[in-house]
Design a binder for this molecule. Structure first.
Ligand SMILES: C[S@@+](CC[C@H](N)C(=O)[O-])C[C@H]1O[C@@H](n2cnc3c(N)ncnc32)[C@H](O)[C@@H]1O
Length: 260
């Protein structure tokens, strides 16, 4: 249901919002320079790059299950302290206590068993090391996605089965806190990360849904042209658009941070 087959297309779909969120998240973590970082579900490497830009890390390893995403990250987000490799967040290819900070941006909800991933994050963290993640608030505050799923559901009953707000009940503050606590992560803190998604036109909003990367674009490409056009029209008629055609929507993610 979720395909991650092109780093370039993923960047077009989500990259600009990933970077804004990564910056908010790293502001919040506010960690010192020269740490050893692990970026899980790194995708095209947006968060990895933000870590490099901000913290002059001793090392950053990016891991993702998709070989295509890793290939793209190696080509576009490489650097002297950076490495990217294919791997599963539930079985990490690293020794115990190898990293000072382990992060995962917009990925934990896609891992089949998030609790196993948390236990792995804890295993590879040094004692006292930081374990932190963020996920979209699919059911509510991630408005650019919410508006899409609401328009899709009003047009096509089958859209409900694809709706991330329904598929990922983990993506709320209480469920995330409990997940961290079950994995024996300590000093758990949860907060909202708020950004604004600004689209210069309706096309700027709609085109990324045609990239075939990630849940909403994957759903859309399985629909016939009539359904696609009906969803598009509904959104065009309902999204708040200013006199210049600009669409601005608030977008919220939930971030969780703790220590081994
Ligand atoms: C929405 S993307 C997030 C990419 C990036 N971290 C960002 O912030 O834009 C989710 C990523 O999780 C990866 N993924 C899903 N399941 C995984 C698993 N079990 N282990 C590692 N990566 C996984 C996918 O391949 C995809 O690249």
């Amino acid at each position: 249901m979720d395909k991650w087959t092109s780093g370039a297309a993923y960047d077009q779909w989500m990259g600009r919002w990933s970077r804004l969120l990564a910056d908010e998240f790293l502001n919040w973590l506010s960690l010192p320079s020269h740490l050893r970082w692990l970026d899980l579900c790194c995708g095209s490497g947006v968060l990895t790059k933000a870590i490099v830009d901000r913290f002059a890390p001793a090392r950053v390893a990016g891991v993702d299950a998709s070989a295509e995403q890793i290939r793209f990250a190696r080509e576009h987000r490489n650097g002297p302290a950076v490495s990217f490799e294919t791997g599963d967040a539930m079985a990490l290819p690293f020794d115990e206590a190898s990293f000072d900070a382990i992060v995962c941006g917009l990925g934990l909800n896609y891992v089949p068993e998030p609790e196993r991933a948390l236990l792995e994050m804890r295993r590879v963290a040094v004692p006292g090391g930081v374990i932190a993640i963020y996920v979209w608030d699919y059911a509510g505050g991630a408005r650019f996605l919410r508006e899409f799923w609401d328009a899709a559901a009003a047009t096509d009953r089958k859209a409900l089965a694809y709706d991330q707000g329904r598929r990922f009940p983990l993506c709320n503050p209480e469920a995330l806190r409990k997940l961290f606590e079950r994995a024996c992560v300590e000093q758990v803190r949860v907060r909202a990360l708020d950004i604004t998604t600004r689209f210069t036109s309706f096309d700027d909003y709609w085109q990324p849904f045609l990239t075939g990367q990630g849940s909403a674009p994957n759903y859309l490409e399985t629909r016939d042209e009539l359904t696609q056009n009906a969803i598009r029209k509904r959104l065009r008629d309902s999204l708040p658009t200013d006199a210049e055609g600009v669409i601005e929507l608030p977008a919220r993610a939930w971030a969780v941070c703790g220590r081994r």
